[in-house]
Design a protein around this ligand. Structure first.
Ligand code: F0G
Length: 465
């Protein structure tokens, strides 16, 4: 009997693991945290992480590895060429995604950089449900255009839709006919849609994208960072999928595509790594040549052999139903706790993160005074919880130096995999409850120093009085 059946009817989600190695958290005072915030120019990226109590900045590379993964680390073979670690890695990837060529990279954006150096270029257009920032940046770096075509529900925080990450199929077809298929090197789909709230894409929608790609003879690539979480949502929410295993669903997802980019720092359950996988021989040849130039020999691609082994093991663990049930339920648990307090969040809760609608929560702070920054810094000051502003600070600065409000002002609480327990999450909810009580008194910010691009990483802020 599976975990789901065994746990059926229980209210408490138990983490399906116990802890063998612990990392102490440093408990700090509100006064100390305020001092650290000031020193950091109110930019949470500038904090030292040991001054953070619950770090929800990202779910990328911040997960805990299993004892089997640590054993795999020991097994890692550091041969420059042809390491058995590579062949274990390749077999683990192919067991889920049967693409002809599997090219390891040090993380997801390295796969993107190589892929778009080969297929991008001036005049090219790459549609996606929503490009993640690094994907967009790597496409735009080649002077190609990145287009986001998520369904309209995907942009409305409080509207429920089971697959809010779906591609708008009519808009995709319009995009292809308007630009002409020759301008479009590939169609991409990001599973789950991180920039749109960690929302899943349905199998039906993926089949629809495939049909359009077939009609116009275009390749379909996945940004597969959170493929297992996406497959779990399909199993839970899509009619007719509830009896299938996640592995079967993942294989079907892969069979609909011609290639993928991947950050193993997410659903690879590893702290570093990624890959580019594809069927096309000519593209693969060019990509491998670039890999050798920038990442390393094709059997290690910028990773240590031990990292390849950790990913190979992680890929076997990430599709387990007990793990995924706990993972998705525990993210929902945080969402439910916040909703009970009346906190506006993007609904339904995503797979890897809960997104708080700071603009709705702090209507007295106009977008150009950064409500997301106000909320994120208040969460840190109140309880040492570090989230990430995803709003006007991140997206508001235009290349010509002007500023405009982003579509939404969100704060993302991204949950590292297998790292925190339910009581940490109860604490996060409690901290948010305290922040809610003084929401009306929170003040906006002004930016006093910023770089010309990607300002959220290094800008300095001053609170408005
Ligand atoms: N694609 C998606 C959907 C991502 O979420 C990320 C990373 C990448 C590509 C790039 O992968 O970091 O390994 O180079 N997302 C992290 C985040 C950084 O915090 O959401 P990478």
């Amino acid at each position: 009997m599976g975990y789901e059946t065994l746990m059926h009817g229980f209210q408490t989600i138990i983490e399906p693991f116990r802890i063998k190695s612990v990392e102490p958290l440093r408990i700090t005072s509100a006064e100390e945290r305020l001092g650290k915030l000031k020193q950091a120019g109110y930019n949470l990226f500038a904090l030292h992480s040991d001054d953070v109590m619950v770090d929800l900045l990202t779910d990328s590379g911040t997960g805990a590895m299993s004892s089997e993964q640590w054993a795999a680390i020991q097994r890692g073979d550091e041969s420059y060429a042809g390491s058995p670690s590579f062949y274990r890695f390749e077999a683990a990837v192919k067991a889920l995604f049967d693409f002809k060529h599997v090219i390891p990279t040090h993380q997801g954006r390295a796969a993107e950089k190589i892929l778009f150096s080969v297929v991008g270029g001036p005049g090219k257009v790459v549609p996606n449900n929503t490009h993640f920032d690094t994907t967009r940046a790597n496409i735009e770096f080649t002077k190609a255009t990145a287009v986001d075509l998520v369904i309209p529900e995907g942009k409305q925080p409080s509207v429920y839709h089971p697959f809010k990450g779906n591609m708008d199929l009519a808009a995709l077809e319009r995009c292809i006919t308007e630009h002409g298929r020759d301008k479009i090197p590939m169609v991409m789909v990001t599973i789950t849609n991180n920039s749109g709230g960690g929302q899943p894409v349905s199998l039906e929608n993926l089949r629809g994208v495939r049909a359009i790609c077939d009609k116009y003879e275009l390749p379909l690539f996945l940004d597969g960072c959170r493929f297992a979480e996406n497959a779990w949502f399909i199993r839970e929410r899509e009619p007719g999928q509830g009896e299938r295993s996640v592995t079967e669903i993942v294989k079907e997802i892969g069979s609909l595509a011609d290639g993928m980019t991947m950050s193993a720092k997410k659903d690879g359950l590893a702290n570093i790594g990624g890959w580019l996988a594809l069927d096309d021989d000519a593209w693969a040849l060019k990509c491998r040549n670039l890999l050798i130039l920038t990442e390393g020999f094709p059997t290690y691609g910028g990773l240590a052999g031990r990292d390849l082994d950790a990913i190979a093991q992680g890929l076997q663990e990430v599709v387990r139903h007990d793990y995924l049930m706990y993972r998705i339920r525990s993210t929902q648990y945080v969402g439910e706790g916040l909703l009970k307090l009346g906190v506006p969040i993007v609904e339904p809760t995503g797979g890897h993160a809960v997104y708080i609608d700071a603009r709705a929560l702090l209507p007295h702070i106009p977008p150009l005074q950064y409500p997301g920054q106000a909320l994120a810094t208040a969460l840190y000051e109140e309880g040492g919880v570090r989230g990430c502003e995803i709003g006007t600070v991140m997206f508001g600065l235009k290349p010509d130096g002007t500023e405009a409000p982003a579509a939404m002002d969100l704060v993302r609480l991204a949950i590292p995999r297998r790292t925190y327990t339910q009581s940490h999450m109860d604490f996060v909810i409690e901290v948010m409850g305290r922040v809610m009580k003084r929401a009306k008194s929170l003040k906006g910010f002004q930016i006093i120093e910023q770089p010309p691009a990607l300002r959220h990483f290094s800008a300095k802020f001053a609170p408005l009085l």
